[in-house]
Design a protein around this ligand. Structure first.
Ligand code: MF3
Ligand code: CO
Length: 251
């Protein structure tokens, strides 16, 4: 079942997107060598609650925290712990909130201090690949057009889309249909319509990814020091084209 949202619902989700982006910005400001993922989680949980929203991930399938913090070779779903971030790390922050009954979801990868050229390229190209997908998120296109645009861009940048995880519909539930893979064929998949709201979220590595789930049941690691990045926004498809409900909404 694909749920199309009425304009009034998209307005709600946009408000939620502003809240989510504001909390993400609070987290970003605290990212430096020496901070722990648990400190970032606490900060985010308080920021979410202070803005009259709920952390969507806390307790979701028994996930034990409000945000995912995934350093270096961790692709997604890193559980916040007391390890300190170090200069030269890249760290992905991913979380969703529920605001007035609607879910919104967002991820960013940040550099801790000075990072390698390879890491910088990974972060920038992962963001750029999101926008290729975003530009393809138009009524009349299909999901595969988004997937193909992301895949092609990453290939041209010499990087690899992770296939083990996908973007998704979002809104009344955390994960709705359709899946939004980061690789695919143009012209294939579910038709995109006005009112569809999608979490578009390229997950990217610098070398061919071999993803394994660690013993905690969550942490997705490339296991071999293969750096990973993640960039996600919640996107609404409107008559006027795609709108990002979370990108640049920090103010
Ligand atoms: N924000 C992630 C997503 O895109 C959520 C991961 S699952 C969780 O679906 F348990 F960590 F919440
Ligand atoms: Co998501």
């Amino acid at each position: 079942m694909i749920y199309l949202k009425r304009p009034q619902e998209i307005v709600r989700m946009r408000e939620g997107g502003r809240v989510l982006a504001a909390v993400m910005e609070d987290v970003r400001k605290e990212i430096r060598a020496g901070v722990t993922a648990q400190q970032l989680d606490t900060l985010a949980r308080r920021g979410i609650r202070a803005r009259r929203a709920l952390p969507a991930q806390l307790g979701y399938r028994s996930y034990p925290a409000s945000i995912c913090v995934s350093p270096n070779e961790i692709v997604v779903h890193g559980i916040p712990d007391d390890r300190r971030l170090e200069d030269g790390d890249v760290v992905s922050i991913d979380f969703a909130i529920i605001y007035e009954g609607y879910y919104v979801d967002m991820a960013r990868t940040y550099a801790v201090g000075a990072v390698s050229h390879e890491a910088q390229h990974l972060i920038e190209a992962t963001r750029a690949s999101f926008f290729r997908g975003f530009d393809a998120a138009r009524a009349g296109n299909r999901v595969g057009d988004i997937s193909h645009a992301i895949e092609q861009y990453l290939r041209s940048a010499g990087l690899f889309a992770v296939r083990d995880f996908v973007g998704h519909g979002i809104g009344r539930s955390f994960h709705e249909e359709p899946d939004v893979p980061n690789v695919g064929e143009a012209g294939h998949g579910a038709p995109l319509r006005v009112g569809l709201t999608l979490a578009i979220e390229p997950m990217v590595t610098v070398r061919e990814p071999q993803v394994e789930i660690l013993a905690d049941g969550w942490t997705a690691s490339t296991g071999d020091g293969n750096l990973a990045a993640h960039y996600e926004n919640t996107v609404a498809i409107t008559e006027e084209g795609p709108i990002s409900l979370t990108e640049g909404a920090e103010a």
